[in-house]
Design a protein around this ligand. Sequence first.
Ligand SMILES: [Cu+2]
Length: 176
Amino acid sequence: MQDLAWTLSLVLMAVVAAVFLWVVAGAATPGGDAAAIGRSSFLWRARLFWLVIVAGVVISFATLWEWPIAGHATAAGKPDAVIRAVGHQWRWELDRDTVQVGQLVEFQITATDVNHGFAIYQDKTTMVAQAQAMPGYVNKLQVRFTQPGDYEVLCLEYCGLAHHVMRAVIKVRAGS
Ligand SMILES: [Cu+2]
C-alpha cells in the first residue's frame, strides 16, 4: 500500500510538473493581439493605481478624529509643578505628592529596574492619564487636575510578583 501511494504521488507530481513546464514554455511566445491587450490593461492599471492613491489620502483625512488622550509634553506649556516619579519593584517614589487644582503638573517618569506603567486614577475607576516608566528614559506627562481629591497611582504594566502593591497617592488640593 505504501509503495502504491508513493508511486501514484510520483506520477501525479510528474503530470503537474509537465503541465507547469508546458504553460511556462507557451508563455514565452505571445500570439495574436496580446500586445494590444497588454497596452489597455496597463493603462487601466495606471489609472486604478492613482485612483487608489487619491482615495486613500481623501479617506484618511476624512476619517481622522481628535486624539482621545490628553496632550503630552509637546502639546501643553510650561508646567506649574514638576513631580519626579520613579518606578521600583515594587513601589512608586514621588519627590512630592501634593499639587493644587488647576495647576499644570508635569510628571517626569522613569524606572530603575524594569518597565512599569504609571497610571493615575480618579475615584479608583477613571484613568486620568498614563505613561510608561522605563529604565534609561524620562517620559514627560502633563496633567491639569480639574477636581480636588486623592488620586491613586497604580502600575499598569505587569512587573513581577508584587506588581499589585505599587500604589501611591497624589493629593490635589483646592487652590488658595
Ligand atoms: Cu510595576
